[in-house]
Design a protein around this ligand. Structure first.
Ligand SMILES: C[S@@+](CC[C@H](N)C(=O)[O-])C[C@H]1O[C@@H](n2cnc3c(N)ncnc32)[C@H](O)[C@@H]1O
Length: 259
């Protein structure tokens, strides 16, 4: 899957608000090892390294393109980046941080249990995931993918059933954390609105994230036809030149008790 850091950063300001809310939930502690899962271009990992200078911070991401940009930032002695898959996380950490990345992995109950096993006693798990998979922009994307089933080899991100996203409710995440033995659990949902210039604005927003797995599976020509078909569907649903995109996200955090 090929990510485009420039496209992702076109909406940097809108995407940074939930990250700042997640940072604010992270308690100030003497962390030694921090991992930022799906660190992308590294801003969050860098912020954690600056906030907790005594900690070693690892930014982990599967995308070479995102990591190339992360590595281009100013040298920070306690920060390093590595290419790897969140699903295969190794090592032990006292802060596991994931901003806008776990939605790309399936089966969150199993995933949280695996991450929890990588957390040291006294450690903290802090996560933010977009929860807007019921929005028409996603439903119309799935419909477009079904129209292009032959070109995509039958791939649709959420399967053929609309809404089959791995993202759960705040209550479900809180229950999962409790079942894992977490303390000091906070789980909430918040709308981060983005005002976009009509259907075209929605396409540009989606190009940075949700469109990535589709466009990276298509030839340039098929990709252009896919975008045109998606744009037409969006135009029919959002004919106005102003779209108020009520982008919902879920944030949750929990601590592992000391032994
Ligand atoms: C929407 S970006 C978020 C980037 C960053 N955390 C931020 O807040 O700006 C999602 C990132 O997750 C990464 N990602 C998705 N699935 C992954 C996986 N299984 N393992 C590692 N990284 C993954 C992508 O490469 C991408 O850089």
């Amino acid at each position: 899957m090929t990510w485009n850091p420039e496209q992702y950063h076109r909406f940097r300001a809108a995407r940074s608000a939930p990250a700042q809310d997640l940072q604010a939930l992270v308690p100030v502690r003497d962390y030694h090892n921090i991992v930022d899962l799906g660190c992308g271009t590294g801003e969050q990992a860098r912020q954690l390294a600056e906030r907790f200078p005594a900690a070693q911070v690892l930014g982990l991401d599967s995308s070479a393109e995102m990591l190339a940009q992360a590595a281009g930032g100013p040298a920070t002695p306690n920060l390093r980046f590595e290419q790897g898959d969140i699903a295969g996380l190794t090592g032990e950490y006292d802060l596991i941080y994931a901003n806008a990345s776990l939605q790309w992995l399936p089966n969150h109950p199993a995933l949280l249990a695996r991450l929890w096993a990588r957390l040291r006693p006294g450690g903290v798990l802090a996560v933010q995931v977009p929860a807007n998979h019921d929005h028409p922009s996603h439903r119309l994307l799935t419909e477009t993918a079904q129209e292009f089933a032959a070109e995509l080899g039958g791939f649709t991100r959420f399967g053929t059933a609309h809404g089959a996203s791995p993202v759960l409710t705040p209550a479900a995440y809180a229950e999962l954390l409790d079942a894992l033995g977490a303390q000091d659990i906070t789980a909430l949902s918040k709308v981060y609105p983005v005002v976009l210039p009509g259907a075209l604005g929605l396409v540009e927003w989606t190009r940075g994230t949700a469109l990535v797995p589709y466009l990276s599976r298509l030839s340039q020509g098929d990709g252009e036809r896919f975008l045109a078909a998606y744009r037409e569907r969006l135009r029919a649903t959002f004919p106005s030149e102003r779209v108020y995109y009520a982008f919902t996200r879920v944030l949750f955090i929990g601590g592992k008790p000391e032994n």
